[in-house]
Design a protein around this ligand. Structure first.
Ligand code: ADP
Length: 492
C-alpha cells in the first residue's frame, strides 16, 4: 500500500517549496511504497531557520529535562516497534527478524545518549592561587545530519540523540533511498510533543538538499555518514563556515585469522561480518586474511555455507539475507566482481544474481567469495558494499599486519587468535578505529566509533561524541580583590 508523506519542519508538516515529490521503493520487490517532497535549498533554509529559532529555549531547558524528552522518544519508538520494523523491512531490505532487533537497539541507543544530557561536564583547571579557571560545555547551535540508507533509523538517532541531549537543535537530510523511515521517526517525535523546531527533517536528494545543508552558514556542526567522495564534498562545504565535522566514511575491514583460531567460530563470524545487511555496512568484514595452516579448511567451510544462505521475502522468518538497496548498488557489486575476475581473482561461490524469478524482481545478489586475491587488487582495496568477501593467505605476523594496514581505509579490524598476548600485540599495531578480538560485534553505542585515514574524522557514540556537539568555553576568574601587578610585567 502506497502512502504519501510530508516533511517535518518547525513542528509542521510541509510540502517542498518546489512542489515536487519523489518515490521510495521496496528493494526486494521493486514495489512503490509512497512519495515524499523533493526538498531543496529553499526548504533547507526554512528548516535551519526553524532550528535556529528553537535553539535558545532548548539550550536553556534543564539538561535532565532534555534527557527525559529523549527517554519519551525511546519509549514511543518501542510502542511502534512492529510498524517501524515493517518499514525497515519494506523500504530498506532488512529482513523482519533483524529489523525488530534494530528498533530495540535504536531505542537503547537513544537512552544512552539521553543520559549524556546531565553528565557531560567541564573541568576546573589548576590555574594558581590567585585564579579560578574552569571549562563549561555549551551546545553549538543548529546541527546538520546527512544520513545514509543502510541503517536509516539507527543512524539518524546515533547523531541526533546526542545533539539534542546536549542542547542543540537538528536538521536531518535522510538518504533518498529511505526517506519514509525519517518521516516515521518525525511522526514519533511529533506524537511525543518535542518542542517545535528541535528536530526537523528535509527529504530530498544529496546535491539538492544535502549540499545546501552542509553549506548553510548557520549550521554549526555537521555529522555525515556515507561515501568518501561525498564526505569530501561535505568537508569542503563545511570549511567555508568552519562548521564542526564528524565524518564516518567507508571501510575495508581486515579479518585476521591466526592458526590457533577455532575454525567453526571463524566461519560463523565471517558470515555475520560480510553477509549481515547484505554487506552494506561500513565495518563489514570484507577482507579475510587467513593463516596458511587454516586457509583451505576455512575457505572450504565458507564456500559450503555461503551456498546455503536463504535469500527471499523480507517478511519470511526463514530469510537470512536481503537484497542490495538499489539498482545502482547492484550494478556496483556486479561491476566489482567482474573487475576482480579481470584482475585474476577466482569466484569460489556466488558471483551473480540468484536464478529464482521471484528474486529477480528485487536487487538480490548471491553471497560471494573471491579467492586468488592479492592485496593490490581493486577488490581488496576498494569498498564494494555488498555480500562479496575477498580471501588472502599469510604466513608471518609482520606480513599480515602489513597487509591489514596496507589499505586506504582504517575503520575496523578483527582478530581471531586464542593466544591473547599475540592478539593484543597485533591489536595495538593495527590502523583502525575499532578492533574486535575474538568476537564480531556490529556496533556498541557505549564505545567510540570512527575511523583512521579515509574512513573519516571524529568519533560518534560513547563519551567521545560529546566533543562534536559542544563548544568548550574556558572561564578564568581572578580571586584577588585588587590587581597588584604592573600591566607591563604581565607575560602576554
Ligand atoms: P552512498 O552511501 O549511497 O554511496 P552518499 O555517500 O552519496 O551515497 O550518500 C550519503 C548521504 O549523503 C545521502 O543522504 C545523500 O543524499 C547525501 N549526499 C549525496 N551527495 C551529497 C552532496 N553533494 N552533499 C551533501 N550530501 C550529499
Amino acid at each position: 500500500m502506497s502512502t504519501d508523506k510530508l516533511m517535518y519542519i518547525g513542528g509542521e508538516w510541509l510540502e517542498s517549496n518546489s512542489g515536487q515529490r519523489f518515490e521510495s521503493e521496496n528493494p526486494a520487490t521493486g514495489e512503490q511504497l509512497g512519495t515524499v517532497p523533493r526538498g531543496n535549498g529553499d526548504d533547507i533554509a526554512v528548516a535551519v531557520a526553524a532550528a535556529a529559532e528553537a535553539f535558545p529555549a532548548w539550550r536553556d531547558t534543564p539538561p535532565d529535562a532534555r534527557g527525559r524528552w529523549l527517554l519519551r522518544v525511546a519509549a514511543a519508538l518501542r510502542a511502534r516497534a512492529d510498524e517501524l520494523a515493517l518499514l525497515l523491512a519494506t523500504e530498506s531490505g532488512h529482513y523482519l527478524g533483524k529489523a525488530q532487533g534494530l528498533v530495540e537497539f535504536t531505542a537503547q541507543n537513544i537512552e544512552f545518549h539521553a543520559g549524556l544530557a546531565d553528565k557531560a561536564r567541564g573541568a576546573t583547571i589548576p590555574a594558581g592561587p590567585g585564579r579560578l579557571a574552569l571549562t563549561r560545555l555549551e551546545p553549538v547551535g543548529v546541527t546538520g545530519h546527512i544520513v545514509p540508507w543502510n541503517y536509516p533509523l539507527f543512524l539518524i538517532t546515533r547523531s541526533v540523540a546526542p545533539a539534542i541531549a546536549l542542547g542543540n537543535t537538528a536538521v536531518v537530510k535522510p538518504a533518498e533511498q529511505t526517506p519514509l523511515m525519517a518521516v516515521a521517526l518525525a511522526e514519533v517525535i511529533d506524537e511525543v510533543g518535542l518542542p517545535a523546531g528541535v528536530f526537523n527533517v528535509v527529504t530530498g536528494f544529496g546535491e539538492e538538499a544535502g549540499a545546501p545543508l552542509a553549506a548553510h552558514p548557520d549550521v554549526r556542526s555537521i555529522t555525515f555518514t556515507g561515501s568518501v567522495e561525498t564526505g569530501q564534498l561535505v568537508m569542503r562545504a563545511a570549511a567555508d563556515h568552519m562548521a564542526k565535522l564528524t565524518l564516518e566514511l567507508g571501510g575495508k575491514t581486515p579479518v585476521i585469522v591466526f592458526p590457533d583460531a577455532d575454525v567453526e567460530t571463524v566461519i560463523e563470524a565471517t558470515m555475520q561480518g560480510i553477509l549481515s545487511r547484505c554487506g552494506q555496512v561500513c565495518i563489514a568484514g570484507s577482507r579475510l586474511l587467513v593463516h596458511d595452516d587454516l586457509y583451505d579448511e576455512v575457505l572450504e567451510g565458507l564456500v559450503e555455507r555461503f551456498g546455503q544462505v536463504k535469500l527471499g521475502d523480507m517478511l519470511d522468518p526463514a530469510t537470512q539475507m536481503g537484497p542490495l538497496v538499489s539498482q545502482e548498488q547492484l550494478q556496483r557489486v556486479e561491476g566489482y566482481v567482474e573487475i576482480g575476475q579481470q584482475e585474476g581473482a577466482e569466484v569460489l561461490v556466488g558471483g551473480g544474481r540468484p536464478d529464482d524469478p521471484q528474486l529477480q524482481k528485487g536487487y538480490f545478489y548471491l553471497p560471494t567469495v573471491l579467492g586468488n586475491v592479492t592485496n593490490e587488487m581493486r577488490v581488496a582495496r576498494e569498498e564494494i558494499f555488498g555480500p562479496v568477501l575477498v580471501a588472502m593467505r599469510w604466513r608471518d605476523e609482520d606480513e599480515v599486519i602489513g597487509m591489514a594496514n596496507d589499505s586506504p581505509y582504517g575503520l575496523a579490524a578483527a582478530i581471531w587468535c586464542k593466544d591473547i598476548t599475540r592478539a593484543l600485540r597485533v591489536a595495538t599495531r593495527l590502523e583502525a578505529g575499532g578492533v574486535f578480538v575474538n568476537e564480531w560485534i556490529g556496533e556498541d553505542f557505549k564505545a567510540p566509533h570512527g575511523g583512521y585515514k579515509l574512513s573519516g574524522i571524529g568519533r560518534e557514540n560513547g563519551f567521545e561524541c560529546i566533543e562534536h556537539y559542544t563548544e568548550t568555553k574556558h572561564i578564568a576568574i581572578s580571586l584577588e580583590d585588587e590587581k597588584t601587578e604592573n600591566w607591563c610585567d604581565a607575560p602576554l
